[in-house]
Design a binder for this molecule. Structure first.
Ligand code: IPE
Ligand code: IPE
Ligand code: MG
Length: 249
């Protein structure tokens, strides 16, 4: 029984939590191991995040799994990460399914090795009827590229007369993003002590609460996650209003 979990107010849960799972390489290094050892030990932390969300019914969890910039890492690290993804999807698909989770993927999937794409598509298909929660993997994902692609698609729809320039607003724009079916991010967590966004969900975090944790990703536990939610609930989200206005609502 987790005491921290008991402090969570189930009436004020974030609908969408996004995590920048950072620090695997440093975790391995402090143990005198190769960076890839850190990636292998990251899987359990991923499980902790998914299970914690599932236990308290967070509807959307987005995990930054591999960025568009991560393609420039050494080839052996990239291939280890791709293999790990395939292995993990093979091992965990049933578990994801039986938890009632629907898996989605956002990012430039064209760049992925066929085996990774196949597994991702298989698990998305397997879980597409699930409604208890949504697990979104950001893979080969870059937010600036996502925004540029949206701009290109809108421009071509304007050119073809499908969209009127006057009608381009936030809502319409969002319909051109990978995340069009998901609510905005309420809480963004980054591990590893770095205080940066690294090209993740730039549009979608406009009003998110940001939490930067000093721990490295493989050390992430359910209790750490529950504490993040407690801290989130202690914030006043003002959206530009005054505190008095919020209290009067
Ligand atoms: C996050 O850990 C995993 C990925 C980016 C794929 P890192 O591999 O970035 O670990 P550090 O930040 O170098 O410690
Ligand atoms: C962000 O971490 C990407 C993922 C966690 C998948 P990085 O380790 O790639 O970010 P930077 O390079 O430190 O900004
Ligand atoms: Mg890193």
């Amino acid at each position: 029984m987790s005491l921290i979990k008991d402090k969570i107010n189930s009436k004020n849960l974030p609908k969408h939590i996004a995590i920048i799972m950072d620090g695997n390489g440093r975790w391995a290094k402090t143990r005198g191991e190769e960076r890839t050892f850190g990636h292998r030990n990251a899987i359990n932390a991923v499980r902790n995040a998914i299970n914690a969300c599932n236990e308290i019914d967070i509807p959307y969890l987005t995990l930054y799994t591999f960025s568009s910039e991560n393609w420039s890492r050494p080839a052996n690290e990239v291939s280890t990460l791709m293999n790990l993804l395939v292995e993990t999807l093979l091992l965990e698909a049933e578990e994801i399914f039986s938890k009632g989770l629907r898996m989605h993927v956002i990012g430039n999937l064209e760049k992925l090795p066929p085996l990774v794409k196949e597994q991702l598509e298989r698990v998305m298909e397997l879980t597409k009827e699930n409604t208890k929660g949504n697990l979104v993997l950001a893979i080969s994902y870059g937010s600036q590229n996502e925004i540029l692609n949206a701009v290109k698609s809108i421009s071509s729809d304007v050119k073809e007369g499908k969209v009127d320039v006057e009608n381009i607003d936030e809502k319409l724009f969002e319909n051109y993003l990978y995340t069009k079916d998901f609510p905005p991010v309420d809480l963004l967590i980054r591990t590893s002590g770095e205080i940066r966004i690294s090209n993740f969900l730039l549009w979608q975090i406009a009003y998110a609460e940001l939490q930067f944790l000093d721990i490295l990703w493989p050390d992430f536990t359910k209790d750490i996650f529950f504490q993040c939610i407690v801290d989130y609930q202690n914030k006043e989200r003002r959206y530009g209003l005054t505190g008095d206005q919020i209290n009067a609502q």
